[in-house]
Design a protein around this ligand. Structure first.
Ligand code: NAD
Length: 729
């Protein structure tokens, strides 16, 4: 069986069907592309063939390029990538010109595409090279070019064709943000041409009736002008200046793909179409050669998907959750109830008072009302979701729950109480999970009569938006509980990482030192502007001081006090506490009371830095280099990740990288902390750490593992990329 098949029907229409064997979704391979090319040749040469329809044998058209192809191309270096891409351009251009006379633009054979469902990446770039695109009326289908999301851009002509078809301004959200549309929206936007009941029949009919002029793309016709204006047109000039500023503002210059894409569009718009394709290929090559794209594809696509599919799931029977009991209907409990009910899981939402339980359920009402007002959900869906949630104070309602998620106050005594109450009612084989953010799982498990069925499932706030869930194994947690937690996370369509029990688990362990380093610098007299901008210029979504404002100063005080109590004399963060405690005394608790490191207006909009900071911690006359501030802020997080891995808290660097990006937004361009160290090179990283240690102290000490990797000229992914644990190595 081959990826494409060819059949000439009695009307003279050649139907080329894409149906990759043993895959639920078509992806393009080099072999597949060569076969498609040969079928196009065959159709163009066959006198009995009047035209071509390219369709799919699956419910969708295609998911994109086989990522192994990209890896293969990369292995050959820049020239191999460029040659490979140019070959692809040649085939798609052959489809576009379809044998027509280049002078008269007559005599070509019409070629149409039929999209039964989703068409992404090359799955849309190929159709864009054909003469007409027909889609089935399938509201679940997603059509678009999402390459930018994994650090590359559409490199098989999609960038050049879409920009020339729609104009740079209109194409911007589809190219620069990877916006996806259902077929009707894609047609309204002008990406595809028709939505039909029977798209195959419609396409065949069109092919049999198409005129010469129907086959000529606007850019091949005489007098073509780019919609919205080319760069040298006054309107086009405005567009490109604006787009350039917007891209730089959003990416802070750290995402090579966005800038390369814009360059390809801009430079391409100044030259004829075929030359524009060459320019696109050059920029595409430069992006593929950039280590950021390798790292982003690996973390945000390959490894994210592997974790979602259970790469680290113990081999035990299916643990799909049918009925979940949620204890505590506060901010977290209400969110967990919503995401569970949304996927059809029956939910019992318990709180100490009925009003509190009802308020928790009302959170789902609010989210659904918002979704309805945005036309993202229907009244029926809202009713169905709400019908899944029973809000009550009665623990007896937990009977039959196969999973409990506890989200009551962060207090061991309260948690122990509800654990015993729930375990008195739930089946003997039910799994009990706690959503604690700071308390050790093994300690909380002492309140359980079945500690092997006790586990941590740590959600991030807001639950409905945050994609990561951190699963924490206590000392006695068994395989079934881990599998249950992973199956639950899969059901609610989030990404899991599984870690061992240690202070702050993984995500908070790494993010707290980032906040602390920022605060420490304030106390040293480093300009807050420098601190915040250094973070953003290295790809952190929020500067540390803004993040402290978001999470609140009093939470910082609470964590500091608890950590100090637990660590005693070894506690290293006195300098940080001084600032945090002082902020709390000044009642500057962060965004929630509209007063923190930043000022906020009545509506809560963030303004400048609060001038009280400069008064208390005057800026030093001599400010550090941008790079030094960046190294401090990044190393504070990264070294914690390495230590977590060294100590076996983290068992898999893939989880460390995916978890860092999805959990706290760690510089996505880098692919995560371990990928960043590989990009930097372990030797250089160790050198930076040695320098920072000499000047700022032991918190920057080079971990032994990093030193070893540096000494051997190795890399984290070279050594542990298959999911090997550090301890076993
Ligand atoms: P919250 O104060 O908003 O909600 C706690 C709820 O538990 C309240 O509605 C309270 O009435 C209820 N409750 C207290 N005692 C109870 C009892 N005995 N029986 C039934 N219900 C009881 O708190 P939250 O922010 O939702 O946090 C809940 C848990 O989730 C904590 O362990 C917290 O550490 C953890 N967590 C919080 C966040 C966050 O960002 N807020 C993130 C991750 C984890």
């Amino acid at each position: 069986m081959a990826d494409f098949t060819y059949a000439l029907d009695t009307d003279g229409v050649a139907v080329i069907t894409w149906d990759v064997p043993n895959k639920s979704m078509n992806v393009m391979s080099l072999e597949g592309f060569a076969l498609l090319d040969s079928f196009i040749d065959k159709a163009l040469a066959d006198e009995a063939c009047k035209g071509v329809v390219i369709t799919s044998g699956k419910k969708d058209f295609a998911g994109g390029m086989d990522l192994n192809v990209i890896a293969q191309m990369r292995a050959g270096g820049a020239q191999a990538i460029f040659d490979g891409v140019m070959q692809m351009h040649a085939v798609l251009r052959k489809i576009e010109r379809a044998g027509m006379d280049p002078k008269t633009l007559k005599g070509g054979k019409p070629i149409a595409t039929v999209l039964p469902g989703t068409a992404l990446g090359i799955g849309l770039e190929l159709p864009l090279s054909t003469h007409r695109i027909f889609a089935a009326d399938n509201p679940k289908a997603k059509i678009g070019l999402p390459e930018i999301m994994v650090g590359i851009f559409p490199g098989a002509g999609g960038t050049t064709r879409l920009a020339r078809k729609m104009g740079a301004m209109v194409a911007a959200p589809f190219l620069l943000e990877g916006k996806l549309s259902d077929p009707k929206k894609a047609r309204a936007a002008g990406i595809i041409d028709e939505v039909a009941e029977d798209p195959l029949a419609a396409a065949k009919e069109w092919v049999l009736n198409a005129k010469d002029a129907d086959l000529v793309k606007p850019w091949d016709a005489k007098g073509y002008k780019m919609p919205g204006g080319a760069p040298y047109h006054p309107a086009g000039f405005m567009t490109f200046v604006g787009a350039s500023a917007m891209v730089h503002g959003k990416t802070m210059g750290v995402y090579p793909a966005a800038k390369a894409l814009l360059s390809a569009v801009y430079e391409g718009a100044l030259v004829p179409f075929d030359q524009a394709l060459r320019i696109e290929a050059r920029w595409f090559t430069s992006v593929l050669m950039n280590p950021s794209s390798t790292a982003m594809i690996r973390s945000l696509f390959i490894n994210k998907e592997a974790l979602e599919k259970g790469a680290n799931r113990p081999k035990v029977a299916d643990q799909t959750v049918k009925k979940v009991g949620i204890l505590g209907a506060g901010m977290m409990g209400a969110g967990i109830a919503y995401v569970s009910a949304k996927v059809g899981i029956e939910v019992v939402l318990i709180d100490a008072a009925q009003e509190a339980a009802d308020r928790g359920k009302a959170y789902s009402t609010g989210l659904m009302d918002k979704a309805i007002s945005r036309k993202k959900a229907t009244e029926e869906q809202k009713e169905a979701l709400l019908a899944k949630i029973t809000a009550t104070t009665d623990y007896a309602a937990l009977a039959g729950c196969d999973l409990i998620v506890e989200a009551v106050f962060e207090d061991p005594t309260v948690k122990a109480g509800v654990t015993a109450q729930a375990e008195a009612v739930i089946p003997a084989d039910a799994v009990f999970a706690t959503n604690t953010s700071t308390l050790p799982i093994s300690m909380l498990a002492r309140a359980s009569s079945r500690p092997e069925q006790f586990i941590g499932i740590h959600f991030f706030s807001p639950v409905d938006k945050m994609l990561l869930v951190e699963i924490i194994k206590g000392a006695q947690t068994g395989d079934v509980a881990v599998a249950k937690a992973l199956d639950f996370v899969r059901q609610i369509k989030k990404t899991p990482i599984v870690v061992n029990d240690a202070r702050f688990f993984y995500a908070n362990r790494c993010i707290i030192p980032y906040l602390n380093e920022g605060i420490r610098m304030v106390a040293e007299g480093v300009s807050p502007t420098l601190i915040e901008n250094a973070a953003k210029l290295v790809g952190m979504p929020l500067g540390p001081l803004q993040l402290v404002d978001e999470t609140s100063i009093d939470l910082g005080v609470k964590i500091a006090k608890a950590t100090r109590a637990a660590m005693g004399d070894a506690y290293p963060d006195g300098a940080v506490d001084e600032v945090v405690f002082w902020m709390a005394e000044q009642n500057r608790l962060g965004r929630k009371n509209k007063a923190g490191f930043y000022t906020y207006d009545e509506a809560g909009k963030r303004g400048d830095f609060w001038d009280g900071i400069a008064a208390k911690y005057p800026e030093a006359a001599e400010q550090p280099d941008l790079a030094e501030v960046q190294h401090r802020l990044l190393m504070a997080q990264v070294l914690e990740a390495v230590r977590a891995f060294e100590q076996g808290v983290l068992e898999d660097i893939r989880e460390g990288d995916v978890g860092a990006i999805l959990g706290w937004g760690f510089a996505p361009w880098s692919g995560g902390p371990f990928a960043w160290l590989d990009i930097l090179g372990a030797a250089r990283a160790a050198e930076i750490c040695d320098d920072l240690t000499a000047r700022f102290g032991a918190r920057f000490e080079t971990p032994a593992l990093l030193r070893d990797i540096a000494a051997k000229g190795d890399g984290f992914y070279a050594r542990f990329g298959g999911g090997q644990a550090a301890k076993a190595a």
